[in-house]
Unconditional design. Structure first.
Length: 146
């Protein structure tokens, strides 16, 4: 049981849920949910307006689309984003997925609503022997566990 929903506060934006581009595609395309402008050298949090639900032993890995640097002069500065299962419905932002984007060009980049920027791939993960958690609850994202 895994998939996507529109996050709270984004229902008025007429957002399409992520889809795979073809039958053999691993990734679900994530798009910006509103027009954005990214200045040269700037890093922004681009909101998608969607959230992902999954099993407790799964993660959604968010990678840049291969066309992102070539078409837009953008990259994801941390190379891969990790969306944990407990991020869904968290009290700070309902689990809305944001993608960090860095403009490495010398001019502003404009993205129109619906521009596909990243792809999310659901994956199982393993735990180490003697696994111990740091926090029992999640509050927000982007470094929220310390």
């Amino acid at each position: 049981m895994r998939g996507f929903n529109v996050a709270k506060g984004y229902g008025h934006l007429d957002i399409s849920l992520p889809k795979r581009g073809s039958g053999r595609s691993a990734g679900y395309d994530l798009a910006v949910c509103r027009d954005i402008r990214i200045e040269p050298g700037e890093i922004v949090l681009a909101d998608t307006g969607v959230k992902a639900y999954m099993q407790d032993d799964e993660v959604l890995k968010v990678y840049p689309r291969s066309s992102l640097p070539h078409k837009h002069g953008l990259t994801i500065p941390n190379n891969v984003g990790i969306i944990d299962a407990d991020y869904y419905d968290n009290p700070d932002n309902d689990g809305a997925i944001f993608v960090q984007l860095r403009n490495f060009t010398h001019q502003a980049v404009h993205l129109k609503k619906g521009t596909r920027i990243a792809q999310g791939i659901f994956c199982k993960y393993l735990k180490a022997d003697g696994d111990a958690v740091i926090n029992d609850t999640r509050n927000g994202g982007f470094g929220s566990t310390g």
